[in-house]
Design a protein around this ligand. Structure first.
Ligand SMILES: Nc1ncnc2c1ncn2[C@@H]1O[C@H](COP(=O)(O)OP(=O)(O)OP(=O)(O)O)[C@@H](O)[C@H]1O
Length: 201
């Protein structure tokens, strides 16, 4: 099982959460705006504390309320690509990619897979949205992540950039290196990229 998830958290007056157990590859989480998709990613990453449930990824228990287990985010080996990307503005692309990297020797391989090799000496402010997304995904891959969480990685990109980013995600998916959980609003994207689609809400 790659993701075995059962989480609930209070957000304001309502409870948000999800329960699913899935196999390898790329799992897409879909649902209406505000239903709690980002909150589910935050609970899996350890950034939002659930009120109960469990989070197991690749057989590792990251959170289990009944067993009293709650690993801090930095021990979860999570590669999280946030909706707003969050590259370091004062570091060039190469240094962004290598930030937290366990295996710098894989830089060339990952850069080629995501088609960012020609951008290594650029500053983040000079990148297009699609290029910055690809760098953010590369950083998550190089940081020795055991799994990837992608929050709307194709949103607000023009069609050409969107296609480039989608292809990059497909290549990561097809290596089967790490399980991926991705949030999207777009049904077409979900069907194209997902090995399966989980609807919440
Ligand atoms: N920090 C917060 N404090 C209180 N309520 C919050 C907070 N963050 C989100 N919420 C609320 O929790 C609910 C779930 O939000 P969340 O961002 O997880 O949904 P989502 O499904 O990812 O939405 P979208 O698709 O619009 O990004 C929403 O009703 C939102 O208003």
């Amino acid at each position: 099982m790659s993701f075995d998830i059962d989480v609930t958290a209070a957000r304001g007056d309502t409870l948000v959460g999800a329960r699913f157990a899935v196999g390898e590859g790329l799992t897409v989480l879909v649902g209406p705006s505000g239903v709690g998709k980002t909150s589910v990613l935050e609970m899996i990453a350890g950034l939002l504390g659930p009120v109960r449930g469990h989070v197991r990824v690749g057989g590792r228990t990251l959170y289990d309320s009944a067993a009293g287990i709650e690993l801090p985010p930095e021990r979860r080996r999570v590669g999280y690509v946030f909706q707003d990307m969050r590259l370091f503005p004062h570091r060039r692309v190469r240094a962004n990619l290598l930030y937290g990297a366990r295996d710098a020797a894989r830089l060339a391989e990952v850069a080629a897979m995501l088609d960012v090799g020609h951008l290594l000496d650029r500053w983040p402010r000079t990148l297009s949205g699609g290029e910055a997304r690809r760098v953010a995904i590369g950083r998550a891959l190089l940081s020795d992540s055991a799994f990837l969480l992608l929050d709307e990685p194709l949103s607000s990109l023009d069609p050409v950039r969107r296609e480039e980013a989608a292809r990059a995600i497909e290549r990561v998916r097809d290596t089967r290196a790490v399980p991926i959980l991705m949030v999207t609003h777009d049904r077409g994207e979900a069907e194209r990229l997902g090995d399966r689609v989980i609807a919440i809400g």
